[in-house]
Design a protein around this ligand. Sequence first.
Ligand SMILES: Cc1ncc(COP(=O)(O)O)c(C=O)c1O
Length: 399
Amino acid sequence: MAFLSSRVGRAKISASASSAQRTRELRAVGRDIIGLSQGEPDFDTPEHIIEAAHRAMRDGRTRYTPVDGTPELKQAIVAKFHRENGLAYQAENISVGAGGKQILYNALMATLDPGDEVVIPAPSWVAYAIMTEFAEGVPVWVTTRSENDFKLTAGELDAAITPRTKWLMLNSPSNPTGAVYSADELRALAAVLERHPHVWVLADDIYEHILFDGRRFSTFAEVAPQLADRILIVNGVSKTYAMTGWRLGYGAGPSSLIQAMARMQAQCSLNPSSISQAAAVAALNGPQDIVAQRSAEFEARRDAVVALLEASPGLTHTRPHGAFYVYVSCADWIGRSTPAGQRLANDEDVTAYLLESGVAVPNGAGYGLSPYFRLSFATSLPTLHEACRRIEIAGASLN
Ligand SMILES: Cc1ncc(COP(=O)(O)O)c(C=O)c1O
């Protein structure tokens, strides 16, 4: 009898995590590697948020809190949804966890029975499929088309739904493509879901505030209020306020689901850090000007990166309109040979070759669509220039 459970086998390590790990290993032996795997802003957490955390510690807010969030933080989240999204949630609709990732985890653990299906547009953030499998559900990848900016269409959604479907995962702006759904596109999906009352939507809004080209953010519950009783919004402070390490995310949805999610969390980790919760109150209730400033900074980096990639022969991409990733097709590199004579058979080979060339990026397979790699532009412009130069040389060196 094996000591480790079969569950461990389902908890796969994501491509971005293994790419980041490989980068650390190579750097440790002195290799010059530019890491573009990271899914986090390179900015610092704003000062007033750090101050709020200090105050919380000094004021003795160092004890257990209610499992899924302090009343103060839930009120700040309720106010955020009202102010930014025009949504009228109550505290009973709010769940706070150690990151958006824990909210997602709680939701899937609280709702999936073995064999239940989760519709995941491909490409999508790796965690959706891994967590679905972990919770004994079945990921149903639906391949989207680059001509449609990798956005799921009503027809594609309709064809993927079965009597076993429990969730549709919807992420806008998207990791890994930067695609942003318009209100009309969301309405078209809502029309399909109206015909399938057993399907819920998990609207992952974590990149809500990183938006380019004057795009307006719409969340699913705002455009489809008629579906409010089967929508769970996932959001958090990680990306908006450069607080990835604080581990603080939140969800909003029907109170019956919120209560079930709290029961999952209660048997796992109890409340997220009381200090991080106090910091999140300051983030949500405090000045918001830095959010737009940072988004503008990401937009300048996006502009630079897409211009550099366009100059790289053999690589194509769709233009990201939000988040801080570009999903690069390396289809033209497949079948070609590296200067060392290795034939590139798939996108895993491509990212291994890029690593040899000094750039770490995760390959597309984990995101559900190959042959691609994801490039994060959440790093400085000089670093991005050097990385793209190395990528271009790597491409030009192929036979
Ligand atoms: C699409 C998406 N959703 C949710 C998250 C979760 O972020 P966190 O757990 O830091 O709140 C991430 C993090 O990379 C993400 O890319």
